[in-house]
Design a protein around this ligand. Structure first.
Ligand SMILES: Cc1cc2nc3c(=O)[nH]c(=O)nc-3n(C[C@H](O)[C@H](O)[C@H](O)COP(=O)(O)OP(=O)(O)OC[C@H]3O[C@@H](n4cnc5c(N)ncnc54)[C@H](O)[C@@H]3O)c2cc1C
Length: 469
């Protein structure tokens, strides 16, 4: 594709904005507040707004915008709901934020095949509201309800249900995406399995918009379970909670969610949700099954938990009780933010083999104590994934330095245990520096893939793959 010969970046951006305005009218905005909202980071990473925001309504329009960006060599940053936590939607080199929220139609539901096709801007809440009457649901559940399916696919999101239903990696069947030169590619088919060539679907999942803009997504669906039971179980020790989890998974109990809250996180949740849980390591659980199997799972889990030093085991079947409980868990991030006003909340996201989880959490708690930090911990314990959430007073340089050191040690600890710097939040800007240690030569392979698919480096530049030294 021939690129336009205009020398300065500012001139090229101005030309692109002019063309976008002519073509898309009031679906193009350049106001400061709107641009800042689209560089929103939800972290301490500095806000870096794009130059312009545009709202396409079809794959063809996305293709047109990306082709224009390629012609003028202007960056493109896809935007779902902006709930990502590592600076993924920031625009360090300016450019066009492509906001997918107007592409929010459920296109197809095939209940006999348990699959559906949605546009990228459909939120997970919207999809599940749509599916409820059909007795179906889509299980991947990052805490943020407004997160879009396109954003979730792009960050390879997971959340509380992953222990039973998997992550976006397992639940996306195929995609339609616009590549960096404007070409539209369809990856995969509706078949449940295929051995036909390279897996482009999996390449785009977790690419955070650096390889293309996803416009449509085929998803696996599941029948809403006949019975859902929730339980809260408090433990003497963190090891007890982790060991009970490992045993339950080894026995193949049909646990759908199993979430660990440490003492400080229980304190924050109690305050926020007006609960009165004992401030000890606590598991929140959910069991999916039939009238026979679900209560049986609960009984079996309780027996395991008691052997591992469970103090108290309460379970709830009524939907309103379950909802209240899980709302408290989902609000963990906001409960921490609200619990220590005036401080910024940082979300960390390491993941280790489940057999190393208790050790990793315990060492992390000791580190938190040594540094004098406030950092509640919540974990998707069934996956070995946990979030310590340091609360930082950004006006205190010593504290900022202490937190920086804590973050480095946390990631190094997880990687040394055979784990990863990010279980589900993705890399964005925040985790780029850890990829060399995690992938070694694999990082240069990623760089080659990026250079091949996006030779002009216009697709969400400055994310995931660091520039070559
Ligand atoms: C309170 C809270 C709790 C959270 N808990 C979890 C959790 O438990 N598990 C979890 O996995 N995450 C969690 N997150 C993080 C977040 O919700 C996920 O990263 C989510 O998947 C992002 O979706 P989004 O639509 O907001 O994407 P955005 O933030 O808008 O974008 C994320 C990235 O994907 C790219 N992108 C967006 N749409 C597209 C597209 N159509 N095509 C190509 N690229 C695209 C963007 O450029 C960006 O790089 C949490 C966030 C919050 C605020």
């Amino acid at each position: 594709m021939a690129s336009v010969e205009i020398q300065g970046t500012a001139e090229r951006v101005a030309a692109v904005i002019g063309i976008l305005r002519q073509r898309f009218g009031d679906r193009v905005q350049t106001g400061e507040a709107m641009r800042r909202q689209h560089g929103h980071t939800l972290t301490w990473i500095t806000n870096q707004p794009p130059d312009v925001v545009v709202w396409p309504e079809s794959t063809a329009e996305v293709s047109e915008i990306v082709a224009l960006a390629a012609r003028y060599r202007v960056p493109v940053i896809p935007f779902g709901a902006g709930t990502s936590l590592e600076g993924q939607v920031n625009a360090p080199r300016g450019g066009i934020s492509i906001d997918l929220q107007r592409m929010n139609n459920v296109l197809e539901v095939n209940d006999r095949d348990l699959d559906c096709v949605v546009q990228a801007g459909v939120s997970r809440k919207q999809l599940n509201d749509y599916l409820r009457d059909k007795g179906l649901f889509f299980p991947v559940d990052p805490g943020a309800e407004e997160a879009t399916i396109g954003g979730m696919a792009s960050t390879r999101a997971s959340g509380t249900n992953a222990v039973r239903y998997g992550t976006m990696r397992e639940n996306v069947l195929f995609l339609t995406a616009v590549l960096a030169d404007g070409r539209v590619v369809k990856t995969g088919t509706r078949a449940r399995k295929s051995a036909a060539g390279y897996d482009l679907t999996r390449l785009l999942i977790g690419a955070e918009g650096t390889l293309g803009v996803i416009t449509e997504i085929g998803l696996r669906l599941y029948g809403i379970p006949e019975v859902v039971l929730s339980a809260v179980c408090t433990f003497e020790t963190l090891e007890g909670a982790c060991n009970a989890t490992i045993q339950a998974i080894q026995m193949g109990l049909g646990i759908a969610r199993i979430e660990l809250l440490d003492e400080m996180q229980v304190y924050a949740v109690n305050k926020h949700a007006k609960l009165s849980l004992e401030q000890v390591p606590t598991l929140f659980l959910e069991f999916h099954g039939t009238q026979v199997s679900a209560p049986d799972q609960v009984t079996q889990f309780e027996a395991i938990a008691r052997e591992e030093g469970a103090r108290k085991f309460d379970w709830a079947e009524r939907e309103e009780d379950r909802r209240r409980l899980w709302k408290a868990r989902h609000d963990a991030y906001w409960s921490v933010k609200g619990g220590w006003p005036g401080r910024e909340a940082l979300a960390t996201d390491v993941c280790v083999p489940i057999s190393r989880l208790a050790e990793c959490v315990r060492e992390t708690q000791a580190d938190i104590k040594r540094c004098g930090l406030i950092a509640p911990i919540v974990g998707h314990v069934g996956d070995g994934n946990f979030h310590a959430q340091p609360m930082v007073d950004l006006s205190n340089p010593a504290e900022v330095e202490a937190v920086k050191g804590f973050l480095e040690r946390l990631v190094a600890r997880a990687q040394a245990m055979g784990g990863t710097c990010t279980g589900e939040h993705g890399v964005g800007q925040g985790k780029m520096k850890y990829l060399e240690a995690e992938h070694g030569i694999g990082l240069s392979v990623m760089r080659q893939i990026k250079a091949t698919l996006d030779p002009l480096d216009i697709m969400n530049p400055g994310k995931i793959v660091p520039d070559p030294a």
